[in-house]
Design a protein around this ligand. Sequence first.
Ligand SMILES: C=C(O[C@@H]1C=C(C(=O)O)C=C[C@H]1O)C(=O)O
Length: 369
Amino acid sequence: MFSALMDKVLAQLSQELPFVVYSKPDERVVKAIFQEDAKIHTISDFTETGFVFAPFDSESPAILIKNTETPEATEYPFETEAYEHPTVPLADTSQKKFHIQLVEKAVAKIKTTDLEKVVLSRRLNVPCTTHVIELFRRILARYPNAFRYLWYHPKVGCWLGATPEILVSIENKRFTSMSLAGTKPYVEGGTPSWGKKEQEEQKLVTDYMKSVLKGKTVDLQVATPETVRAGNLWHLQTRLSGRTKGNPNDLIKALHPTPAVCGSPMLMAKNFILTNENYPREFYTGFLGELNFINEINRTSDKNNRENKAYRAVKASTSLFVNLRCMQVLEDNVLLYVGGGITAASDPIGEWEETVNKSKTMLQVLTKA
Ligand SMILES: C=C(O[C@@H]1C=C(C(=O)O)C=C[C@H]1O)C(=O)O
């Protein structure tokens, strides 16, 4: 039962022991992994099994919550909850000047160097005393199409979010991934018309992903870009799929960070971010999810199996999401993270407004229905 699972989460929190609870897009099942001690397990090469929580900067360690057995799973009992989009707190505008200047600096750099795109972000500090379990309940109810999670480690912190972006999902050899870039405010009953800036930005991300996946995959299929909704936003998205040649870790290492959250060329963009954003991203724009899960499927035989014996199939699966539309929960406040892709065609005020719109996804979770 959902309430029994949340009681376990509460007990785990009060004993300061690590855990993660999460629900995949369009699923009503909530899964949980509880760690029995407060050790930090770090990833060495993504061949490990468990729930991974990886930072933006791959030079810093990714953290693993090990699952010794199948995660506990239960359905959540409530329906999708309607919600109002909040007005952004006034204090937020204090960051406006800094962010606009940051975007201007990036546009100038893009126009005069090889830098093509860089994703720039900011962090909002908002007072909040709502319990994390209530915040998680609201996330589950309000963003059913997203990957929703609550993650806690006493030595690292407490994060929660509702992300629309798949980094990569792999089942045996088959994988799917997505290029997500291009954002507009959602309007009820309307469809967005995408301008040259968004289309070029989207193509740049897709082309980059194609180039890194090419040598590591076979049958690479790239769909045509489509419009998808994420809360109060529209995004432009392209699905990529195929089969891996090697191990899942090859794809993970090749893909992170994509130009959807970092930029292109990757190292130049990353360097710009690390030296010019005025705060550490930590796990925002990193990735998280199930790593090398082993699912055993027990099947009873059918008429093709003459000996009429049951057989077992083993399926390995990895399901990772980019950590967007997320917040870090502190004692009496939360830190919200928002960003957007900057290209030569970016309008600094428009880019500021995009981050304001994106901040509404998590601000709304701080607001009662
Ligand atoms: C960086 C963020 O979003 C990324 C940037 C996008 C854009 O620039 O259009 C769209 C989706 C994400 O890939 C964020 O939400 O904080």
